[in-house]
Design a protein around this ligand. Structure first.
Ligand code: PMP
Length: 456
């Protein structure tokens, strides 16, 4: 049996069209270096997505390998329940508090962005229970937002495809619009009016539900999987004014933005977000080992800690919470990013990416918008620019372009919520590699458009 046959026979793939997989089988990667991947047939690909927005230091880093070997020999695992500790995780917590924006106090560790956002909701609920406000439990999220796949974090996603078939979202989750200018900003509306409109929508929802029932608002600084949606500068300040008025906590989901993707340490710093709780994962270890964290502000921590009087033991945590291998990997990953100036480099490469994407796509008749920030970019496809008309979703335009780009040797990602393709390469990507990614993605669009007779 080939590895592809074994895969088809036994492996249940996440986020996969299961029937098509049975026909076409997997694309199996065996090796990676820098921004390049190699499959079982020896074909190479430029990874314009750093895996799933996460392999920020690039593939094949030998310092990470050395750290993992050394920590495995010294202490591969010990739990952290009941006041047990380990060295790497204490140092990592100290470092994260020093890096994080605002007055942050403590770090709780998990294994994925999904479980961390799930934990955030439990922290918010616990907080309000300790404060004697058991009715203040609803969570407001945004359409096009992505926050994970557990029962709660899947509920928080503003992507209908993630709810269908799973009986989600849970009833305590409510949604407002995303700051997606292309579709949400009305004709003739100024940016200021657009932001006011979105803040008013949030306020109306809070008032309709009853402020005494609304606990938290969750948002990615830049919505990644929803379409790389970059908010106007005044968006978060206006949203936060509303949240403060009604005593609603803000959870910043920094799973993609955190640790340099925007060119700054956190997206919150770029967009004026002042979170009460911060979720990180992915870039914290560049995905060499699974790790996530909830960074908790001092005022929220104080309330949660005082819950000991009411509830005794804080009864939440995973076997793998604060895993020493993951913490050691995170320390080395952050060392590499700092020492090699990779956040600055991400910004510089991001400027180059933006320039190349604009050059290849901005004037294309089937492109509605080229957008991005830092080392994050997206190209959104439209049937017509004037009047602005989306493609029929059944056409799966962005998926077709991604498929063709892969045949040409570039791995991008389709973001169907906005019919876009994404670019989020490793921070170590070279300018030449970016040029190739943009040029081959453009060729892929033209090939697909010709096949569909959308272009002459
Ligand atoms: N939040 C955001 C913003 C994400 O992009 C993701 C993953 N793409 C998650 C949460 C969930 O993380 P995980 O897949 O590690 O559960």
């Amino acid at each position: 049996m080939t590895i592809e046959d074994i895969d088809k026979e036994f492996f249940f793939h996440p986020f996969t069209q299961l029937r098509e997989h049975q026909q076409h089988g997997p694309l199996t990667m065996v090796e990676g270096h820098g921004s390049t991947l190699t499959d079982t047939r020896g074909r190479t690909y430029l990874d314009a997505m750093a895996g799933l927005w996460c392999v920020n230091i690039g593939y094949g880093n030998t310092e990470m390998a050395e750290t993992l070997r050394a920590q495995t020999e010294r202490l591969p695992y010990y739990h952290t329940f009941a006041s047990m500790g380990n060295e790497p995780v204490a140092r990592l917590a100290q470092r994260l508090i020093a890096m994080a924006p605002g007055e942050m106090s403590k770090v709780f560790f998990g294994n994925s962005g999904s479980d961390a956002n799930d934990t955030q909701v439990k922290l918010v609920w616990y907080y309000n229970n300790v404060l004697g406000r058991p009715e203040k439990k609803k969570i407001i999220s945004r359409r096009r937002g992505y926050h994970g796949v557990t029962v709660m974090s899947g509920s928080l996603c503003g992507l209908p495809g993630m709810h269908a078939g799973f009986d989600l979202p849970l009833p305590m989750v409510h949604f407002v619009r995303a700051p997606h200018r292309l579709w949400e900003q009305q004709e003739g509306q100024s940016e200021e009016e657009f932001v006011r409109d979105l803040a008013d929508e949030l306020e109306r929802l809070i008032l309709a539900e009853g402020p005494e029932t609304v606990a938290a608002f969750i948002a990615e600084p830049i919505q990644a999987a929803g379409g790389v949606i970059v908010p106007p500068a005044s968006y978060f300040p206006a949203i936060q004014e509303v949240l403060r008025r009604y005593d609603v906590l803000l959870i910043a989901d920094e799973v993609v933005c955190g640790f340099g993707r925007t060119g700054d340490t956190f997206g919150s710093e770029v967009f004026g977000v002042r979170p009460d709780l911060i979720t990180v994962a992915k870039g914290i270890t560049s995905a060499y080992v699974p790790l996530s964290a909830c960074i908790v502000s001092a005022p929220v921590w104080d309330v949660i800690a005082s819950g000991a009087d009411k509830y005794g033991v804080f009864s939440h945590g995973y076997t793998y919470s604060a895993h020493p291998l993951a913490a050691a990997a995170a320390m080395t990953n952050l060392d590499i990013i700092e020492r090699d100036g990779l956040m600055r480099q991400a910004k510089a490469r991001g400027d180059h990416l933006a320039e190349r994407l604009r050059a290849e796509f901005a004037d294309h008749p089937l492109v509605g918008e080229v957008r991005g920030y830092g080392l994050l970019g997206a190209v959104e496809f439209v049937k017509s620019k004037d009047p602005l008309t989306a493609f029929d979703p059944a056409l799966k335009m962005s998926a077709a372009v991604v498929q063709r780009a892969r045949e040409l040797g570039v791995i991008s990602r389709a973001l169907p919520a906005s019919d876009s393709i994404a670019f989020s390469p490793p921070f170590v990507v070279t300018e030449d590699e970016i040029d190739e990614m943009a040029a081959l993605a453009r060729q892929a669009l033209d090939d697909v458009a010709r096949d569909l007779r959308l272009l002459p």
